[in-house]
Design a protein around this ligand. Sequence first.
Ligand code: BES
Ligand code: ZN
Length: 629
Amino acid sequence: MKKPLFILLSLLILISACTRVNNIKSDSVDTIEIVNDNHSYANIDEIKTTHLNLELDVNFENKTIYGVARHEMSDHNCDTAIFDIKGLEIKKVTLGTTKEKETNYVIGKNDELLGQPLKIAIEPKTKYINIYYQTTSETEALDWLSPELTAGKKHPFMYTQGQAILTRSWIPLQDSPMNRITYSADVTVPPSLLAVMSASNETTKNNEGKYHFEMKQKIPAYLIALAVGDMVYNSLSEKCGVYSEPELSNACKNEFSDIPRMLSVAEKLYGAYRWEQFDIVILPYSFPFGGMENPRLTFANPTLIAGDKSLVSVIAHELAHSWSGNLVTNATWDDFWLNEGFTVYFENRIMEDVFGKDVANILAITEFQELEVALNDIENGNHPEDSQLKLSLTGRNPDEGMTDIAYVKGAFFLRTIEKQVGRKKFDEFLKNYFDKHAFETITTEAFLSYIENELFKPNNITFNTKQWIYEPGIPDNCIKITSERLNEMSLLADRINNGESIFEGKNKNLQRGDKITQEWQTFIRELSPNITSEQMMEIDEQLKFSKEGNPAIQSDWFQLAVKVGNKSVRPYMSDYLIKIGRRWYIESIYIALKESKDPNDLIWAREVFKKAEANYHYVSKSTIKKLLD
Ligand code: BES
Ligand code: ZN
């Protein structure tokens, strides 16, 4: 595998000129920074795409995209340009614009994880490389859904998921976050459907089924995204709106009405929103994530439509990525915490502003509970070093870095710094950080040197940053957050654990709607696996966790049911696992089944998975398959 080297040009020039390091950005390191992206074959140190133009024909009959990827390249001096592909059929490659000329190419050996290098013969003056291709059934990014799996049940649906390294499975390109490109696209779809992308979008269908898109800001390849389905647009404000199937319009308008406010809060905190429009699109239930921060158009899971706005923090999260992740991007997947840790921190700040400190604390504590579970798993797993913020994922799927370490340990690291330096200074620092690194990528090391020079040194502060980043576990100085409301939920759970009935006296008419989702999650998580099935049913009778669940509560509830050995909720559980493809929700249920004392539970899990897998996106399917095998 060819490993590209990315050398900070400014430093090279500097060194050859033998001058002191004083006229470059203060965060630039005083040693040469050599960064490898071990998850891409592309030779971006030699030649890079600057603009990508896509011509795509989306064919639902044979579940194939027929495409031409026209790459405009940087100045270079090479005879080979290397792109990433995975499960794509390459038809031909040409060079030039008006007069295209076919050129030779070689496709290298297939790696199960990285796919193949596509090595194209070029000339030093080559500016345009056009790759004619089509997707195949091996294409991992795409999810093709039959009408039954949509809300309307009349039209098919298709969407892509690029992060982390799946974009190469639907577009031949240099699939490394270290390179940023602009893109445009011409997409043809069946006229009954609307196509939307992480770019400028139309709000209504047209009779030809032809759509043109422009993304004028430079983005990393993993943020190129497309969704096609029977969708309508509902505006929420001048800059915000929701695309969804028409059947979900009203529910969406209500659930997501706070988005415009979130946007203005976010801008007040960390500076102007740089992407003009912030829309979201509600995908079918198979979508493997709660949300995905595709620029201008967040992709969202319909499980967010809880009816009581209790899961909109996911939207605050994806919105926050417009700064942390999309504007300032992790250079490699080993630096993933720079995307997610910052985003969880920022998300919580938005939530605090819109819903109050109480709610924000409850969210942070709920996340910390999840971190403790994840930490325990990691410490007892094959890669205990994964509890460091800086990861080393060479030879591994970057997906393995998608744990609560990056998300929650990352966020608590920043909260701990905030507490030590004070919110005012920290906010100023973050705002400048986003501004100074806008539309760039950054490594953990460059961040460390930046914070040292811009925040710690000027304020005479010492902070155990290295321990947080390069050592496992949670450092002792991690701030502790408490919540009276959650303490009460723990007490309530304790009473059940002690065999008392709680639905008496002031709790006689306790209802689901009396507490927010995360309060119930704490309640469920604090219940002992030693309670009886009857106790669980008594709770279920009153609070309707199994039946009228909000999917976040249900996921925790079903895990408990497995631990308790309660089989009566199984019909709800199998419906849930067959309908929902959001990975974190279903994975933890499958894990509970796998780890159960009762060997029949694993057999049951495999049976349900057999029925469910066709409804999952590749990302969830492959995770669960690996788990159950
Ligand atoms: N960017 C992530 C999703 C992702 C990460 C996809 C890594 C592929 C590889 C997205 O922003 C995310 O974090 N989603 C979370 C939201 C939650 C933490 C609020 C999710 O889907 O649960
Ligand atoms: Zn995220």
